[in-house]
Design a protein around this ligand. Structure first.
Ligand SMILES: Cc1ncc(COP(=O)(O)O)c(C=O)c1O
Length: 389
């Protein structure tokens, strides 16, 4: 037992199963009379007499609450490996940090054309800085044919909201042969569902707002990579733009990580059960869930993912039908985002940023009892399909 706070116990969760790793990830060595997970450290500056040295100096650069969370996320993304993790104020802050710290004027970046709906804004910003951007679909490894001379390949798999899956290992090998770095947006899968670094990526990047933390009460982002030089560039970008998480958010996120295995496994089971129920409905078109054996994404997903995620996409006949479904559901909140403990769904077309039909629904399974959730979805579908008077 230590008698002083000595930072996280490096490698303390090596060799354990994922549930065990989740509850212990990033915890410091036990300190007598201290809490298991130290509370958030609210500090803009730290005592710093004399020379500028030691781990904690100024609150935009470092914070002990981030240190523990970064260690925890690294242990989940790359168990048993030495990696560097940098946490951010949001997923977009993490995405921007990788793209904008790596791409220079004249470089070429390859993005998916069906990724998260803010990526086109990033694309415009990159173009404004003189970065050439190529885009291609996630499905069928469409980005494979655009790698010549590229500096960075950005993958999002499964893609949001279309749920296409690409072969990360194949794309990463081709990108590296072409001299490009590879980043994977791991938001939808979570580190429990997919490990981009083990599949050959240079950066695992994600929004921690979703299934990582799972309670819909904070925004967070992170970048994990093996190469300390790349990590230093990403960390420097965070310092420059100040896109830092608050200590309270960082602490809440770490607290939530303890239950990630419980949450994710129930969400994945619920998503599969909902997808199977939707498959039996005549009014449902374009059903997508990588866990369904007949889904176009299933083969690659089964090879590279440990879980298929909690998001299901499908299309109802029209906008009014989709709105009736959302209004009729009692256990499914009409809200954006995904990965939370309470099921949510939304008519994605209402944002205007995705190439989806008006009746397209993105459904995120929560941790409700499976029978209750499936019954609620089927009841809401019946209500939405009933003749309108
Ligand atoms: C795949 C994906 N990446 C990144 C983000 C951005 O995350 P944040 O909202 O935390 O900035 C989202 C948000 O929905 C997302 O779905």
């Amino acid at each position: 037992m230590r008698t002083h706070h000595d930072g996280p116990a490096a490698g303390a969760t090596d060799g354990y199963g994922e549930g065990t790793r989740a509850v212990r990830a990033g915890l410091p060595e036990p300190v007598k009379n201290a809490p298991t997970l130290p509370g958030p450290v609210f500090a803009a500056h730290f005592h710093l007499p004399g020379e500028v040295d030691g781990p904690y100096t100024y609150g935009r650069d470092t914070n002990p609450t981030w240190t523990l969370l970064e260690r925890a996320i690294g242990e989940l993304e790359a168990p048993g490996e030495e990696v560097e993790t940098v946490v951010f104020a949001s997923g977009m802050a993490a995405i921007a940090a990788v793209l904008l710290s790596q791409a220079r004027s004249g470089d070429t970046v390859v993005l998916p054309d069906d990724g998260y709906q803010v990526l086109p804004l990033v694309r415009d910003q990159l173009a404004a800085y003189g970065v050439r951007v190529r885009t291609a679909p996630t499905a069928d490894d469409g980005q494979l044919h655009h790698l010549d001379g590229a500096r960075l390949l950005w993958l999002e798999t499964p893609s949001n909201p279309g749920l296409d899956v690409c072969d990360v290992r194949r794309l990463a090998e081709a990108a590296h042969r072409a001299g490009a770095l590879v980043a994977v947006d791991n938001t939808l899968a979570t580190p429990l569902g997919q490990r981009p670094l083990a599949l050959g990526a240079d950066f695992a990047v994600a929004s921690g707002t979703k299934g990582l933390t799972g309670h819909g009460d904070l925004l967070l982002g992170y970048v994990v990579c093996r190469d300390p030089a790349l990590a230093a560039q990403v960390r420097s970008w965070r310092k420059i733009v100040g896109a830092i998480p608050g200590p309270m958010e960082a602490w809440l996120a770490h607290r939530s990580l303890a239950t990630i295995a419980l949450r994710n496994h129930r969400q994945w089971a619920n998503a599969l059960a909902v997808a199977e129920a939707l498959a039996g409905r005549d009014e449902v078109r374009g059903l997508r869930y990588p866990g369904l054996p007949e889904d176009p994404s299933h083969k690659i997903a089964a090879r590279q993912m440990q879980g298929f995620g909690g998001v299901v996409s499908f299309t109802l006949p029209d906008r009014a039908h989709a709105e009736r479904f959302l209004a009729a559901a009692r256990l499914v909140e009409d809200a954006t985002s995904f990965g939370g403990v309470r099921s949510t769904a939304e008519r994605r077309g209402r944002w205007g940023g995705d190439a989806v039909p008006e009746g397209f629904i993105r459904f995120s399974a929560g941790v409700e009892d499976t029978d209750d959730l499936v019954a609620d979805v089927l009841r809401a579908l019946d209500a939405a399909a009933a003749p309108q008077v």
